[in-house]
Design a protein around this ligand. Structure first.
Ligand SMILES: Cc1cc2nc3c(=O)[nH]c(=O)nc-3n(C[C@H](O)[C@H](O)[C@H](O)COP(=O)(O)OP(=O)(O)OC[C@H]3O[C@@H](n4cnc5c(N)ncnc54)[C@H](O)[C@@H]3O)c2cc1C
Length: 422
């Protein structure tokens, strides 16, 4: 049923959000917070209510967070907000001319405006032995349940990929008493996301916790016994025994529906700074969206809770009639055992870093500068530095190296003086 556009709103009365994850749920809730009064349908393919993914590689595997505790909003609250939530429904086509979505069960759902929040999926490794039993990925609660149950019987875990998910699992597995090997093709862990100095610290700290790191190493094939993985062969001839293999080689945007509907995709669904696709009736947010990011000074796709939440809020504000460009300061965290890594800004391409804190105490921050301008911070167990850096980065006008140096690298002093955040 279509209703007339609401006066004072962004002109839509009927919003369908596809993908019931962090971003999709946030958009739905924020639409109501922004006063949107039309119909909101939130549709996702998973058979459960929207939940937090970060604990899947941390508390959930350690047994400190149950599946129920990860649910973001109970069904009653969604009902109270008049958010029509449909689980277990997979969209297979966007029919732009009719403004409908086709689902796998043959049903159609119409939309006045469509928000694509389809997230990302784990990149698959296609080498020999990939389909052996006990070779797993970690993206969903279903994946995490499988991994948790396999962990209880495993003695030797090999992790392919030293990114955030792989290293978080390495810390959990080592603490649970498993022998852990991490195989990484790059010369350092988390190479795409953190500075070389931070990579080096984490390499050392994981090794001190008993994790064997194999850098600049490639998996040639997996070998099984009775259908289960038993050995990982590297292309330099080394062999690692394994009864559990986690493949954590990054994420791929779920952008195929958009591409098939003729929308531009570029390692994610292309949106402008208002998070709108080439079709004014379709927006995209969260892990699936490739957006122009002022902090990266280029188009980028960010997989983080902050990005999912802030883009959900921004699209909701626009659709409710209060448009504002998406310019949130990127920030991210990763808990790897007792190491709480937090980052604010985007430090890629930094040409100068200043270290504060103590490596021995494992409490330190690296302040990063590019062309003498402060571009971000990487902190370990110093959460206040990340908060302060976010305030500084949110301000109009750059913070220079000279200013930070003059304040003896006192972030608090710099965050609390000067112009207020925009
Ligand atoms: C193990 C793990 C640990 C993480 N840890 C951290 C962390 O410590 N810090 C941090 O900031 N971020 C972390 N992240 C990243 C963070 O969880 C994601 O960035 C965030 O969940 C993105 O939200 P999203 O809504 O864009 O995508 P998702 O949460 O992936 O939601 C997308 C939803 O859309 C559904 N969907 C896709 N296609 C269709 C379709 N055709 N029809 C219907 N439904 C569809 C998917 O099944 C999914 O439910 C972690 C991610 C994982 C997997």
């Amino acid at each position: 049923m279509m209703r007339a556009p609401l006066a004072g709103s962004g002109g839509y009365s009927d919003i369908l959000i596809l993908g019931a994850g962090q971003a999709g749920l946030q958009a739905a809730v924020s639409l109501r917070e922004e006063g949107f009064d039309g119909s909101i349908r939130l549709i996702g393919e998973e058979p459960v209510l929207p939940y937090q993914r970060p604990p899947l590689s941390k508390g959930y595997l350690m047994g400190t967070a149950s599946a129920e505790s990860l649910v973001l909003r109970p069904r009653k609250l969604l009902e109270d907000l008049r958010i029509d939530m449909l689980c277990d429904a997979r969209a297979v086509a966007i029919e732009r001319a009719q403004r409908t979505l086709l689902f796998a069960d043959g049903q159609h759902h119409s939309y006045g405006h469509l928000v694509l929040a389809t997230g990302a999926r784990a990149r698959r490794w296609a080498g020999a032995g990939a389909d052996l039993d006990n070779v797993v990925y970690l993206r969903s609660i279903a994946d995490a349940a499988v991994l948790a149950s396999r962990m209880t019987q495993a003695r030797r875990a090999v992790i392919i990929g030293a990114g955030f998910v792989g290293l978080e699992f390495a810390a959990v597995a080592a603490k649970a008493g498993l022998a852990v090997d991490v195989v990484e093709a790059a010369e350092r862990p988390m190479a795409r996301a953190v500075s070389p100095a931070m990579s080096e610290l984490f390499r050392r700290w994981h090794e001190q916790a008993g994790v064997a790191m194999h850098l600049k190493a490639r998996v040639a094939r997996l070998e099984g016994e009775d259908g289960k993985v038993a050995r990982v062969h590297l292309d330099d001839g080394r062999m690692l025994p394994a009864d559990l293999v986690l493949i954590g080689i990054g994420g791929v945007a779920n952008d195929e529906l958009a591409a098939a509907a003729g929308l531009p995709v570029e390692m994610g669904i292309v949106v402008d700074e208002m998070l709108q696709t080439a079709d004014p009736a379709i927006s995209a947010i969260g892990d699936c969206a490739s957006h122009p990011n002022v902090f990266a000074a280029c188009r980028t796709r960010i997989e983080s809770v902050q990005n999912a939440i802030d883009q959900g809020r921004a699209v909701a504000a626009r659709l409710a009639g209060r448009p504002r460009p998406y310019r949130a300061v990127p920030w991210f965290w990763s808990d790897q055992g007792a190491l709480k890594l937090q980052m604010a800004g985007l430090v890629a391409g930094a040409d100068r870093t200043v270290e504060i804190g103590s490596r021995d105490e494992r409490r330190l921050s690296l302040l990063a500068f590019r062309n003498d301008v402060f571009v971000g911070v990487e902190s370990v167990n110093r959460p206040a530095d990340t908060m302060l850096a976010r305030r500084i980065l949110a301000r109009p006008g750059p913070m220079t190296f000279a200013e930070v140096e003059a304040a003896s690298f006192d972030l608090k002093a710099l965050a609390t003086c000067g112009p207020a955040p925009a």
